[in-house]
Design a protein. Structure first.
Length: 112
């Protein structure tokens, strides 16, 4: 799940092209599993130096193959264990399903 500051980056053509080309060069295999002799499809292109509001502006970090690693979901969760149990979908008050983040609910405040 992309953090708010990174949503635009992760939906950009530059990132999508970089991610797709990197996965292709890795033959779509999880690099961590491959180091252990296991052949498992890679699903997530992971930044070794994590993206933050500063590094996201630096192509040498955000779009550099030397800073990327293709991982399967299990290996990626090992890198980010707290994300494993994060909810990816939320149900709003009206029963609508929202992805990634719960809807912002602003309560009506009564004027005195």
């Amino acid at each position: 799940m992309a953090k708010a500051f990174a949503k635009q980056f992760y939906s950009s053509k530059a990132w999508q092209d970089c991610r797709n080309e990197y996965a292709k060069r890795q033959q779509h295999l999880c690099e961590e599993c491959l180091r252990q002799g296991i052949y498992r499809p890679g699903e997530i292109v992971h930044h070794k130096i994590h993206i933050d509001p500063i590094t996201i502006e630096k192509p040498e970090v955000a779009l550099n193959f030397d800073n990327l690693e293709l991982l399967c979901r299990q290996c990626h969760y090992k890198m980010h264990p707290r994300e494993k149990n994060k909810k990816r979908f939320f149900i709003g008050e009206n029963g609508k399903v929202f992805s990634n983040e719960p809807p912002l609910i602003v309560e009506n405040q009564r004027q005195p």
